[in-house]
Design a protein around this ligand. Sequence first.
Ligand SMILES: Nc1ncnc2c1ncn2[C@@H]1O[C@H](COP(=O)(O)OP(=O)(O)OP(=O)(O)O)[C@@H](O)[C@H]1O
Ligand SMILES: [Mg+2]
Length: 265
Amino acid sequence: MTGESAEDPPLFALADVSQERGGREVLRSVTLELPARRLVAIIGPSGAGKSSLIRLLNRLDDPTSGTVRFRGAPVTAMPVRALRRRVGFVFQSPTMFPGTVADNLRAAARYEGGAANAPRAFIRFTVGVSTPAPGSDAALGALLESVELDRDFLARDASSLSGGEQQRVSIARALATMPEVLVLDEPTSALDPEVAERFMRTVARLRQEQMLSVIMVTHRLVEARQWSDATVMLDAGRVVEWGGTAALFDTPREARTRAFVQSAG
Ligand SMILES: Nc1ncnc2c1ncn2[C@@H]1O[C@H](COP(=O)(O)OP(=O)(O)OP(=O)(O)O)[C@@H](O)[C@H]1O
Ligand SMILES: [Mg+2]
Protein backbone atom coordinates (compact mmCIF):
# COMPACT_ATOMS: atom_id res chain seq x y z
CA MET A 1 0.00 0.00 0.00
CA THR A 2 1.33 3.40 -0.87
CA GLY A 3 1.41 6.28 1.58
CA GLU A 4 -0.75 9.33 1.24
CA SER A 5 0.91 12.25 -0.46
CA ALA A 6 -0.04 15.86 -0.47
CA GLU A 7 -1.19 15.59 -4.08
CA ASP A 8 -3.64 12.76 -3.37
CA PRO A 9 -7.26 13.81 -3.47
CA PRO A 10 -8.85 14.03 -0.03
CA LEU A 11 -10.56 10.97 1.36
CA PHE A 12 -13.94 12.66 0.99
CA ALA A 13 -14.78 16.00 -0.57
CA LEU A 14 -18.25 17.43 -0.24
CA ALA A 15 -19.08 20.32 -2.54
CA ASP A 16 -22.12 22.48 -1.89
CA VAL A 17 -24.08 19.55 -0.49
CA SER A 18 -27.66 20.07 0.63
CA GLN A 19 -30.00 17.44 1.91
CA GLU A 20 -33.71 17.38 2.55
CA ARG A 21 -35.31 14.87 4.82
CA GLY A 22 -39.03 14.80 5.34
CA GLY A 23 -39.36 18.09 3.45
CA ARG A 24 -36.88 19.93 5.69
CA GLU A 25 -33.41 21.03 4.75
CA VAL A 26 -31.15 19.21 7.20
CA LEU A 27 -27.83 19.94 5.46
CA ARG A 28 -27.25 23.34 3.92
CA SER A 29 -24.58 23.93 1.35
CA VAL A 30 -21.93 21.86 3.08
CA THR A 31 -18.46 22.13 1.55
CA LEU A 32 -15.84 20.09 3.33
CA GLU A 33 -12.74 18.00 2.77
CA LEU A 34 -12.00 15.07 5.04
CA PRO A 35 -8.36 13.91 5.06
CA ALA A 36 -7.26 10.28 4.76
CA ARG A 37 -5.53 8.32 7.51
CA ARG A 38 -6.86 10.56 10.25
CA LEU A 39 -9.50 10.32 12.89
CA VAL A 40 -11.98 13.07 12.13
CA ALA A 41 -14.59 13.90 14.76
CA ILE A 42 -17.93 15.41 13.85
CA ILE A 43 -19.52 17.35 16.67
CA GLY A 44 -22.53 19.60 17.11
CA PRO A 45 -25.82 19.73 18.97
CA SER A 46 -28.57 17.17 18.58
CA GLY A 47 -30.34 17.60 15.24
CA ALA A 48 -27.38 19.47 13.70
CA GLY A 49 -27.22 16.98 10.81
CA LYS A 50 -24.26 14.84 11.91
CA SER A 51 -25.87 11.50 11.12
CA SER A 52 -27.40 12.93 7.93
CA LEU A 53 -23.94 13.99 6.80
CA ILE A 54 -22.14 10.71 7.37
CA ARG A 55 -24.97 8.74 5.75
CA LEU A 56 -23.97 10.39 2.46
CA LEU A 57 -20.47 8.93 2.63
CA ASN A 58 -21.41 5.37 1.71
CA ARG A 59 -24.68 6.27 0.02
CA LEU A 60 -27.12 5.28 2.71
CA ASP A 61 -28.63 8.50 1.37
CA ASP A 62 -27.83 10.75 -1.58
CA PRO A 63 -27.84 14.53 -1.27
CA THR A 64 -30.61 16.59 -2.77
CA SER A 65 -27.95 18.71 -4.46
CA GLY A 66 -24.18 18.94 -4.51
CA THR A 67 -21.46 16.32 -4.95
CA VAL A 68 -19.80 13.84 -2.63
CA ARG A 69 -16.43 12.56 -3.85
CA PHE A 70 -14.46 9.63 -2.48
CA ARG A 71 -10.77 9.80 -3.31
CA GLY A 72 -11.53 12.14 -6.18
CA ALA A 73 -14.41 10.27 -7.81
CA PRO A 74 -18.10 11.02 -7.28
CA VAL A 75 -19.58 8.32 -5.04
CA THR A 76 -22.35 7.91 -7.61
CA ALA A 77 -19.76 6.81 -10.18
CA MET A 78 -18.96 3.53 -8.47
CA PRO A 79 -21.14 0.52 -7.72
CA VAL A 80 -22.67 0.99 -4.31
CA ARG A 81 -21.44 -2.37 -3.05
CA ALA A 82 -17.87 -1.56 -4.02
CA LEU A 83 -18.19 1.74 -2.18
CA ARG A 84 -19.60 0.05 0.93
CA ARG A 85 -16.80 -2.50 0.97
CA ARG A 86 -14.33 0.37 1.12
CA VAL A 87 -16.34 2.52 3.50
CA GLY A 88 -17.46 0.53 6.54
CA PHE A 89 -20.32 1.98 8.57
CA VAL A 90 -21.17 1.33 12.21
CA PHE A 91 -24.56 2.58 13.38
CA GLN A 92 -25.26 4.27 16.67
CA SER A 93 -27.27 1.36 18.03
CA PRO A 94 -25.70 -1.89 16.94
CA THR A 95 -28.18 -4.18 15.23
CA MET A 96 -27.26 -7.82 15.19
CA PHE A 97 -28.62 -10.10 12.51
CA PRO A 98 -30.41 -13.15 13.95
CA GLY A 99 -28.06 -16.03 14.69
CA THR A 100 -24.60 -16.41 16.14
CA VAL A 101 -21.75 -13.93 16.12
CA ALA A 102 -20.12 -16.08 13.42
CA ASP A 103 -23.28 -15.81 11.30
CA ASN A 104 -23.13 -12.04 11.68
CA LEU A 105 -19.53 -11.83 10.50
CA ARG A 106 -20.10 -14.19 7.58
CA ALA A 107 -23.23 -12.37 6.45
CA ALA A 108 -21.37 -9.08 6.22
CA ALA A 109 -18.56 -10.49 4.12
CA ARG A 110 -21.08 -12.20 1.87
CA TYR A 111 -23.43 -9.26 1.47
CA GLU A 112 -20.89 -6.55 0.96
CA GLY A 113 -18.07 -8.40 -0.65
CA GLY A 114 -19.01 -11.78 -1.97
CA ALA A 115 -16.51 -14.56 -2.43
CA ALA A 116 -14.17 -12.52 -4.61
CA ASN A 117 -13.40 -10.09 -1.85
CA ALA A 118 -13.25 -12.48 1.04
CA PRO A 119 -9.66 -13.73 0.75
CA ARG A 120 -8.26 -10.22 0.85
CA ALA A 121 -10.43 -9.39 3.80
CA PHE A 122 -8.74 -11.82 6.09
CA ILE A 123 -5.13 -11.52 5.06
CA ARG A 124 -4.63 -8.47 7.19
CA PHE A 125 -5.51 -10.28 10.35
CA THR A 126 -3.05 -13.05 9.83
CA VAL A 127 0.17 -11.35 8.84
CA GLY A 128 3.07 -13.69 9.45
CA VAL A 129 0.78 -16.64 10.09
CA SER A 130 -0.66 -19.05 7.58
CA THR A 131 -3.80 -17.48 6.18
CA PRO A 132 -6.97 -19.25 7.29
CA ALA A 133 -9.64 -19.95 4.70
CA PRO A 134 -12.02 -17.01 4.27
CA GLY A 135 -15.14 -17.45 6.34
CA SER A 136 -13.55 -20.24 8.39
CA ASP A 137 -13.80 -20.13 12.15
CA ALA A 138 -10.08 -19.36 12.25
CA ALA A 139 -10.53 -16.32 10.02
CA LEU A 140 -13.58 -15.10 11.91
CA GLY A 141 -11.79 -15.67 15.21
CA ALA A 142 -8.92 -13.48 14.01
CA LEU A 143 -11.44 -10.80 13.11
CA LEU A 144 -12.94 -10.93 16.60
CA GLU A 145 -9.55 -10.79 18.24
CA SER A 146 -8.79 -7.64 16.27
CA VAL A 147 -11.56 -5.99 18.30
CA GLU A 148 -10.44 -7.69 21.50
CA LEU A 149 -13.22 -10.23 21.76
CA ASP A 150 -12.40 -13.82 22.57
CA ARG A 151 -12.89 -16.42 19.83
CA ASP A 152 -15.41 -18.16 22.09
CA PHE A 153 -17.85 -15.43 21.13
CA LEU A 154 -18.24 -16.91 17.63
CA ALA A 155 -20.74 -19.47 18.84
CA ARG A 156 -22.69 -17.05 21.04
CA ASP A 157 -26.18 -15.96 20.07
CA ALA A 158 -25.58 -12.38 18.91
CA SER A 159 -28.71 -11.10 20.65
CA SER A 160 -27.34 -12.28 24.00
CA LEU A 161 -24.32 -9.94 23.91
CA SER A 162 -24.00 -6.79 25.99
CA GLY A 163 -24.18 -3.41 24.26
CA GLY A 164 -20.41 -3.00 24.34
CA GLU A 165 -19.86 -6.49 22.95
CA GLN A 166 -22.38 -5.86 20.18
CA GLN A 167 -20.60 -2.62 19.34
CA ARG A 168 -17.35 -4.57 18.95
CA VAL A 169 -19.03 -7.20 16.78
CA SER A 170 -20.43 -4.35 14.66
CA ILE A 171 -16.92 -3.09 14.07
CA ALA A 172 -15.61 -6.59 13.35
CA ARG A 173 -18.47 -6.96 10.88
CA ALA A 174 -17.55 -3.67 9.21
CA LEU A 175 -13.91 -4.77 9.07
CA ALA A 176 -14.81 -8.06 7.38
CA THR A 177 -14.65 -6.37 3.98
CA MET A 178 -11.27 -4.79 4.75
CA PRO A 179 -12.49 -1.21 4.39
CA GLU A 180 -10.22 1.80 3.97
CA VAL A 181 -12.55 3.94 6.04
CA LEU A 182 -14.58 3.31 9.15
CA VAL A 183 -17.52 5.64 9.68
CA LEU A 184 -18.84 5.52 13.23
CA ASP A 185 -22.04 7.16 14.44
CA GLU A 186 -21.73 7.84 18.18
CA PRO A 187 -20.12 4.46 18.76
CA THR A 188 -19.61 4.95 22.48
CA SER A 189 -22.89 6.62 23.42
CA ALA A 190 -24.34 3.48 24.99
CA LEU A 191 -21.13 2.47 26.76
CA ASP A 192 -19.96 3.33 30.25
CA PRO A 193 -16.85 5.53 30.36
CA GLU A 194 -14.45 2.68 31.03
CA VAL A 195 -15.73 0.51 28.18
CA ALA A 196 -15.90 3.58 25.93
CA GLU A 197 -12.24 4.30 26.62
CA ARG A 198 -11.28 0.72 25.81
CA PHE A 199 -13.33 0.90 22.64
CA MET A 200 -11.52 4.06 21.54
CA ARG A 201 -8.16 2.41 22.22
CA THR A 202 -9.21 -0.43 19.96
CA VAL A 203 -10.16 2.03 17.23
CA ALA A 204 -6.81 3.79 17.63
CA ARG A 205 -4.93 0.50 17.37
CA LEU A 206 -6.91 -0.59 14.30
CA ARG A 207 -6.10 2.75 12.70
CA GLN A 208 -2.41 2.12 13.14
CA GLU A 209 -2.39 -1.54 12.20
CA GLN A 210 -4.72 -1.35 9.26
CA MET A 211 -4.01 2.18 8.07
CA LEU A 212 -7.70 2.98 8.46
CA SER A 213 -9.21 6.39 8.14
CA VAL A 214 -11.88 6.98 10.78
CA ILE A 215 -14.78 9.44 10.71
CA MET A 216 -16.62 9.50 13.99
CA VAL A 217 -19.68 11.37 15.17
CA THR A 218 -19.52 11.88 18.90
CA HIS A 219 -21.39 13.91 21.46
CA ARG A 220 -18.62 13.29 23.98
CA LEU A 221 -16.46 16.33 23.44
CA VAL A 222 -13.73 14.99 25.69
CA GLU A 223 -13.53 12.00 23.41
CA ALA A 224 -13.32 14.14 20.26
CA ARG A 225 -10.58 16.17 21.85
CA GLN A 226 -8.59 13.21 23.07
CA TRP A 227 -8.74 10.97 20.02
CA SER A 228 -9.31 13.00 16.89
CA ASP A 229 -6.83 14.83 14.67
CA ALA A 230 -9.41 17.07 13.05
CA THR A 231 -12.89 18.18 14.06
CA VAL A 232 -15.91 19.39 12.14
CA MET A 233 -18.42 21.52 14.03
CA LEU A 234 -21.95 21.33 12.60
CA ASP A 235 -24.97 23.36 13.63
CA ALA A 236 -28.41 23.56 12.00
CA GLY A 237 -27.20 21.74 8.91
CA ARG A 238 -24.21 24.00 8.32
CA VAL A 239 -20.50 23.58 8.90
CA VAL A 240 -19.71 26.23 11.49
CA GLU A 241 -15.99 25.55 11.32
CA TRP A 242 -13.54 22.71 10.89
CA GLY A 243 -9.84 22.22 11.34
CA GLY A 244 -7.22 20.72 13.63
CA THR A 245 -8.81 19.48 16.83
CA ALA A 246 -6.54 21.31 19.26
CA ALA A 247 -7.07 24.66 17.53
CA LEU A 248 -10.80 24.18 17.19
CA PHE A 249 -11.18 23.45 20.88
CA ASP A 250 -8.60 25.88 22.27
CA THR A 251 -8.99 28.83 19.93
CA PRO A 252 -12.26 28.46 18.05
CA ARG A 253 -12.77 31.06 15.33
CA GLU A 254 -16.55 31.10 15.65
CA ALA A 255 -18.57 32.21 18.65
CA ARG A 256 -20.98 29.31 18.07
CA THR A 257 -18.15 26.78 18.35
CA ARG A 258 -16.81 28.50 21.45
CA ALA A 259 -20.19 28.36 23.14
CA PHE A 260 -20.65 24.72 22.20
CA VAL A 261 -17.25 23.44 23.31
CA GLN A 262 -17.43 25.46 26.51
CA SER A 263 -20.85 24.07 27.32
CA ALA A 264 -19.15 20.74 27.94
CA GLY A 265 -16.80 22.28 30.48
N1 LIG B 1 -36.00 10.44 8.12
C1 LIG B 1 -36.17 11.71 8.49
N2 LIG B 1 -37.25 12.43 8.14
C2 LIG B 1 -37.40 13.71 8.50
N3 LIG B 1 -36.50 14.40 9.21
C3 LIG B 1 -35.40 13.75 9.58
C4 LIG B 1 -35.17 12.39 9.26
N4 LIG B 1 -34.00 12.01 9.79
C5 LIG B 1 -33.52 13.10 10.40
N5 LIG B 1 -34.36 14.14 10.30
C6 LIG B 1 -34.17 15.48 10.83
O1 LIG B 1 -32.96 15.97 10.33
C7 LIG B 1 -32.28 16.76 11.29
C8 LIG B 1 -30.87 16.25 11.43
O2 LIG B 1 -30.93 14.95 11.94
P1 LIG B 1 -29.63 14.12 12.24
O3 LIG B 1 -30.08 12.76 12.64
O4 LIG B 1 -28.70 14.21 11.10
O5 LIG B 1 -29.04 14.93 13.49
P2 LIG B 1 -27.82 14.59 14.42
O6 LIG B 1 -26.90 15.75 14.40
O7 LIG B 1 -27.26 13.27 14.05
O8 LIG B 1 -28.52 14.54 15.85
P3 LIG B 1 -28.25 13.56 17.12
O9 LIG B 1 -27.05 14.12 17.82
O10 LIG B 1 -29.49 13.74 17.94
O11 LIG B 1 -28.06 12.17 16.62
C9 LIG B 1 -33.11 16.67 12.54
O12 LIG B 1 -33.85 17.84 12.67
C10 LIG B 1 -34.00 15.48 12.32
O13 LIG B 1 -35.22 15.63 12.98
MG1 LIG C 1 -27.21 11.40 15.00
